[in-house]
Design a protein around this ligand. Structure first.
Ligand code: CP3
Length: 341
């Protein structure tokens, strides 16, 4: 069985001898070969240059026997394609070109032709697809409308998210108009990624955990459900929200085939709460990758044992790998999962 088949079987909750494994690198610069490329080009140059983006996508796969590749890009390319660019702050975090504050600015954001403006990502995907030769799964991704909106309304990374929350509570028509625009753009963006060869797509609701629980539906989930509903029938969508484990039982009815789970919950408990036609992806604490190979082996085995006998587990970290991760810990993780019986 190829890695690609293993991944798609897990996403479809078919029985398997071991779960497929992949890891997100977001904010992770742990590989020396990545840092070497980064010394010559900026992050955004790499994202926008299909040859470079394809090369960076494949770097972890050359080193480790992973079952899937996630395309090298960023969730914020969508606001940028709408007309709100961004850069990285020297002290860390994101700075948007401006803060979205009024209707006139929102009206200027152009959701038509988003896929054309992001064509470089289609080209990156097509290049990686060719290299993978159908043997490994290729994952596309995008931010949820809520998570993208936090950056757009806050004007970048935020500590307290007060602006986006105040908007949600004080001007629902404006909030909804922004979400409608983003939902449309993300649907177009995902259709483009599917045409370019993505085998599955992960939606990152990275800031889903800051919403009051009873507002999760109106602020985030309904827009993601709309996106999933607009995808081809049975196309695997992985829905990941960080810090929102209490929302998993509702997310299970979003149409997503897979739920990404962060490390704050016991995956065995989640398995008992979520219907068994929905696969689970996760959920080692990424900090484990900064410790020792022995500790990684022990904790990865513990998670594998927790999920033994269940269907539909995609082995993953509970969030992205961090810059402080050690290559030997990644190696230990890959060996533990791929040799597990
Ligand atoms: O594994 C991969 O390479 C996948 C590509 C990927 C990146 N970003 C590359 C990246 C993915 C899937 C993302 C998603 C992303 N981008 C999210 C959602 C995931 C999550 O973290 O919850 C978010 C919120 C973003 C926006 C973003 N981009 C942030 C917050 C940062 C970190 C900024 C900082 O202060 O460090 C980035 C940068 C980024 N995106 C890097 C990478 C490899 C690091 C860039 C570098 O310094 O080399």
């Amino acid at each position: 069985m190829t890695s690609r088949e293993r991944f798609l079987s897990a996403a479809a909750c078919q029985p398997l001898d071991r779960p497929p494994l992949w890891v997100m690198r977001q904010a992770g610069r742990y590989l020396p070969e990545y840092r070497a490329l980064k010394a010559k080009s900026s992050f955004l140059e790499m994202v926008r240059t299909p040859d470079l983006a394809a090369e960076v996508t494949l770097q972890p796969l050359r080193r480790f026997a992973l079952d899937a590749a996630i395309i090298f890009s960023d969730i914020l390319v969508v606001p940028e394609a709408l007309g709100q660019g961004y850069k990285f702050r020297d002290e860390g975090g994101i700075a948007m070109e401006f803060r979205l504050e009024n209707r006139a600015q929102l009206d200027r954001l152009n959701a038509d032709g988003v896929a054309e403006r992001l064509d470089y990502m289609a080209q990156s995907l097509a290049r990686v697809k060719k290299e993978l030769k159908g043997e490994k799964a290729l994952l596309g991704f995008g931010g949820s409308p809520w998570t993208l909106a936090t950056y757009m309304i806050e004007g970048g990374s935020s500590e307290d998210f007060s602006r986006i929350k105040e908007l949600f509570f004080t001007d629902r028509p404006f909030f909804d108009a922004l979400m409608e625009k983003l939902t449309r753009a993300v649907i177009e963006f995902f259709h483009m990624q599917i045409r370019a060869g993505a085998d599955a797509i992960q939606i990152f609701d990275s800031w889903g955990g800051i919403i009051a629980g009873q507002d999760y539906e109106a602020a985030s989930l309904r827009w993601m459900r709309e996106i999933i509903g607009a995808m081809p029938k049975d196309f695997p969508i992985i829905l990941y929200a960080k810090g929102a484990p209490m929302q998993l039982t509702d997310m299970a009815f979003s149409g997503a085939k897979v739920l990404g789970v962060d490390w704050t919950v016991d995956l065995g408990v989640v398995r008992r709460l979520v219907p068994d036609n929905v696969a689970l992806q996760g959920n080692l604490d990424p900090v484990l990758m900064n410790t020792t190979p022995e500790i990684v082996r022990r904790e990865a085995t513990r998670l594998l044992e927790t999920m033994r006998g269940t269907r539909g587990h995609i082995f993953n970290l509970g969030h992205g790998i961090t810059p402080a991760a050690k290559v030997e810990c990644m190696q230990a993780l890959v060996e533990t999962v791929t040799q597990w019986k």
